[in-house]
Design a binder for this molecule. Sequence first.
Ligand code: P6P
Length: 334
Amino acid sequence: MDRSVVTLDRHIVEQERRHPGATGAFSSILQDLALAGKLINRQVRKAGLVDILGQTGRQNVHGEEVQKLDEFAHDVVFRAMDHGGHLCVMASEEQEDPLPIPEEFPTGDYALLFDPLDGSSNIDVNISIGTIFSIHERVSQGRDGTRDDLVQPGHRQEAAGYILYGSSTILVYTTGNGVHGFTLDPSIGEFLLSHRDIRIPDPGDRVYSVNEGHADKWSEDQRGLVEHLKTGRERDGGGFSARYVGSLVADFHRTLMNGGLFMYPGNRANPEGKLRLLYEAAPMAMICEEAGGRASDGERDILSLNPQNLHQRTPLYIGSSDHVELAEERLAAG
Ligand code: P6P
């Protein structure tokens, strides 16, 4: 039993040693993201005790009410990342346009996309929420990065991860060399390696995760798929039970750890669904596929999609390979 205490910093250094090409830039980015996670965690843990709850009365680019904690998380991530000298541009779910690196700081070779606090509607009711991040190598030249550095297909991601503020706070990331989880020990303020080389169970738990409140707007095929999962015989791929938190990071983390199938399908009102490709679906897809699972829009691999704009949405079917394949087969069968 390996009883060594492996901090995130030590893990990053060990990973760097294994990959001589690593310049250390990415390690510094991850360490800065971990700091942002600790700062957001501190506020999340005391939300409700300070006047940080409730609406700001303003709306984000998607017309959704901006919670104060959302705003705080956006600012924390931006300010943790803007001065390290490794990024040339950032993008946030909370801002319509790319975020340039302030003039007073140097820029670097990476572009960061993030959802500062996903699941924010759950903040006031003490349900788990999360920060999601995706990192690309820049494709543009010059000091400042451009939209092209951000709007790249998921298979070009250098790294992806999330921080889940749940019963404990866990940071999960991958650079394509395994998926690793670090649980925050608040008594020492360190993320400690708690889940080395996560593999998604396959076959996974017979659990499906979708908001059936939207069923009336789904396609016939989607309704047929969920009906099959619920009522089909186990040997025919049915016999599933349901779990749904309504917070992507929480629903995805459960799926990653236990297996299962998370779905956010398109519907009549929103054919592309609700989830954002670049800073929600694509980072989760990189993590899931690195852990041995799959991520699809119902027909195509999420990582193969060629994005057209920063905040575009995509349907998402993600989890244990066998379950995602079953979904694709049933959706294709019509
Ligand atoms: P619905 C939270 O608002 C979020 O963006 C994701 O975290 C979550 O998976 C989804 O929306 C839940 O949406 O329509 O089920 O409430």
